[in-house]
Ligand binder design. Structure first.
Ligand code: ACM
Ligand code: ZN
Length: 482
């Protein structure tokens, strides 16, 4: 079966042939997920008028029941007259129906009888979209979610705020939209936008129906120039600053010495957290230059009053206040590994590892933390394929700078690829940079196999499918240049 990710369990064929009626998919259980399947199948020739008919009896053509098992996994049984799913959690139902969809698509409305057991190796299979550097409309975000879901990925990390634009409708602070959501480009044009709260809720439920949970990121205390453009009083020097069209690490950050900066960050995060029901919230913490804090009387006063060793501990102090608030909201925080330099962060946060300078993560490993591994050399898909070819995207190994290997036993939750959008202005470019390289992560994080040659065959098929669906992607030759 040409399916990505490859089944991680067993497949037994029975010789039966199931044929889907052209007009009616009668289904019992997990109606929201069955509706997604029906909508996908409507795109098959001859099935344009297919309708989902929720039924509450044994006459269902598709019967989905939930059972205890590893989250995301499922059993799928295809018989002559009926398809039965045993799903482990909501994700399991979405994943089972993704498999069924590919079978019915390849079989033009038929599926060979079989029994499949399919269980993910790894529980976190993520992808990041950066909507700040370039703003992608809701249809683009949904289209990416649909493609990720069809490959059983289950987390979308949504980078919603950075120096170049703030992208969430704020009812608490309207200037975050009138000022922070727009920038003047170097050619003089105004560029930007933001997602309304209604649009965000719609995307969250669209993703949920496809087995994907969304993790918002509001990156603090650095990467906040767009916010400071509206509220310069929250920086150390309080100088007027514009939402920047430039890329790179900016020195102007939130003042960690001023209570109003911390209060503001907490209120913004409160508002955003209310829009995203999933338990994880990303608070950033990467690339925080300490130049302004070193020269700021408020920051230095804070260091003295809180008996902190230095500016790294000041960053941890600031982060702890935010993480504490998220904890009150029932959320677990994720931080980039840069936020942990001081070694003073509380135990329950999850580290996202991208690039360590030094070996402090080795100490964090001994504390028993949870990790998401996103080392830039394999997982930064904003690097073009001449730098990060498909084979490199596939050949990841979760090692720290110190050489220690992360494993499930040492808290590794899984993997995430990043698509920073500085140089990705359009949907087409976003799709090319994501596809097919993201399938390397989708495949290996699900089945744990490292057979590149076998993967290439299936990946080739995925490229054909994307093309049929009008989704841009690099060809296999472009994705994996010699
Ligand atoms: C990062 O790439 N600054 C996390
Ligand atoms: Zn300051």
């Amino acid at each position: 079966m040409a399916i990505t990710p490859k089944i991680n369990g067993s497949l037994k064929e029975s010789g039966d042939l199931f044929t889907l009626p052209k007009d009616r998919l009668s289904a019992k259980g997990a109606t929201e997920k069955a509706l997604v399947l029906a909508e996908r199948l409507q795109r098959l020739p001859g099935y344009e008028n297919l309708e989902l008919a929720p039924v509450d009896s044994a006459e269902a053509t598709l019967e989905i029941a939930f059972a205890e098992g590893p989250e995301g996994g499922y059993k799928l049984k295809v018989e002559q007259e009926k398809v039965t799913v045993e799903a482990y959690g909501e994700e399991g139902a979405a994943n089972a129906l993704a498999t069924l969809y590919w079978m019915l698509r390849d079989g033009k409305g038929t599926a060979s009888g079989c029994e499949i057991i399919d269980i993910p190796e790894c529980g976190y299979r993520g992808f990041e979209i950066d909507s700040s550097r370039h703003f992608f409309d809701t249809d683009t975000v949904k289209s990416m979610i649909e493609q990720l879901s069809l490959r059983k990925m289950n987390r979308l990390h949504w980078h919603l705020s950075d120096d170049q634009g703030y992208r969430v409708e704020s009812k608490a602070f309207p200037s975050l939209n009138s000022i922070s959501s727009y920038r003047i480009e170097e050619d003089g044009n105004k560029y930007g936008g933001y997602y309304t709260q209604e649009q965000i809720k719609e995307i969250v439920s669209y993703a949920k129906a496809r087995g994907i949970e969304i993790i918002p990121e509001i990156d603090v205390p650095g990467h906040v120039v767009s916010i400071l453009a509206a509220y310069p009083n929250l920086s150390c020097r309080e100088l007027p600053i514009a939402v920047t069209p430039k890329f790179g690490v900016m020195k102007t950050v939130f003042c960690a010495g001023k209570d109003e900066a911390l209060d503001f960050a907490i209120k913004v995060i409160d508002e955003v957290a209310g829009l995203f029901p999933f338990e994880y919230f990303h608070t950033g913490g990467d690339e925080v230059p300490k130049d302004e804090w070193k020269a700021c009387p408020h920051c230095q006063e804070r260091i003295k009053k809180e008996v902190l060793a230095d500016e790294e501990e000041l960053q941890s102090w600031f982060a702890e206040k935010i993480i504490g608030r998220l904890r009150e909201l029932g959320k677990t925080s994720i931080c980039w590994n840069d936020a942990l330099v001081s070694g003073k962060q509380s135990d329950d946060i999850i580290i996202q590892y991208w690039r360590e300078q030094g070996t402090y993560c080795s100490d964090e490993l001994k504390k028993g933390r949870k990790w998401i591994y996103s080392c830039f050399s394999n997982f930064y898909l904003d690097y073009t394929p001449d730098v990060t070819p498909l084979r490199t995207a596939f050949a990841f190994k979760p090692v720290l700078n110190s050489g220690e290997l992360l494993t499930k036993e040492t808290g590794l939750l899984g993997f995430e690829a990043e698509l920073w959008s500085e140089w990705i202005p359009t949907k087409v470019r976003l799709e090319q940079m994501a596809f097919p390289r993201i399938f390397a992560l989708a495949d290996r994080a699900w089945n744990g196999s490292d057979s590149y040659v076998e993967f290439l065959e299936r990946c080739n098929k995925e490229v054909e499918r994307l093309r049929e669906d009008g989704i841009a992607c690099f060809s296999m030759e472009e994705a994996d240049p010699e």
